[in-house]
Design a protein around this ligand. Structure first.
Ligand SMILES: [Zn+2]
Length: 215
């Protein structure tokens, strides 16, 4: 998938990526050893200490406020999270692939955690909300792929796969808004659920996600 806003606001991506690369250079860990976040979830590749802290904090947050969604991501089978800024540079916020040679689902984020250009200029809470939604979306793709559902072979199956991911992305945010959260975090949740709910029923969205199958 790509986070909804990245497909709607691709023009903003390139400028933001340049800024992120400058930060990333100062902060880069060239080739870090794999880091176990939970029994099933491993961080691999060129992540930074900031990435580790960000994911740990958001997993702990999910565990505290929405234990069922925490279970949803931690019970999805073995997962590897990795970051590839080249993906982000071409507008892909995240992609999911099931499975690698070891049977692990691999989720590749296009940006360092908490630095999505879709939400650049917004608050750190908005970045966290976006991350949780994207993570759940990609985990849904892995679960669907593990179960043999929605293989993307044509426009129709691509839409079905993306709809599955987007609905879960929207649901986790709606559930979070109903949990005991407040302030800017709640406002960011409400902003993003409004935007995504309308995007979910827009024809343009499916064209952007799956239009390549029609060519
Ligand atoms: Zn998707």
């Amino acid at each position: 998938m790509q986070a909804i806003k990245s497909v709607l606001k691709i023009s903003g991506v390139l400028v933001a990526v340049i800024a992120i690369n400058m930060v990333g250079t100062a902060n880069a860990a060239a080739s870090s050893p794999d880091f176990a976040l939970t029994a099933n979830i491993t961080l691999a590749g060129e992540y930074t200490q900031n990435d580790v802290v960000f994911v740990q904090e958001n997993l702990a947050f999910l565990q505290k406020y929405l234990p069922t969604w925490y279970q949803y991501v931690t019970d999805a089978g073995a997962l590897t999270l990795t970051i590839d800024e080249a993906e982000g540079a071409v507008g892909r916020a995240a992609t999911a692939k099931c499975c690698d040679a070891q049977g692990r689902g691999v989720i590749t984020f296009g940006f360092h955690f908490g630095q999505s250009p879709d939400d650049a200029g917004q608050t750190s809470e908005a970045q966290r909300v976006a991350f949780i939604g994207t993570f759940v979306h990609e985990v849904t793709h892995i679960l669907d792929q593990r179960a043999g559902r929605h293989a993307k072979t044509n426009f129709k199956s691509c839409v079905a796969a993306e709809k599955s991911g987007l609905e879960k992305q929207l649901q986790v945010k709606r559930d979070l808004a109903g949990a005991n959260v407040s302030g800017e975090f709640l406002q960011a949740l409400n902003r993003q659920t409004r935007t995504e709910a309308s995007a979910l029923v827009s024809r343009d969205l499916w064209q952007q996600y799956c239009g390549a199958f029609e060519k």
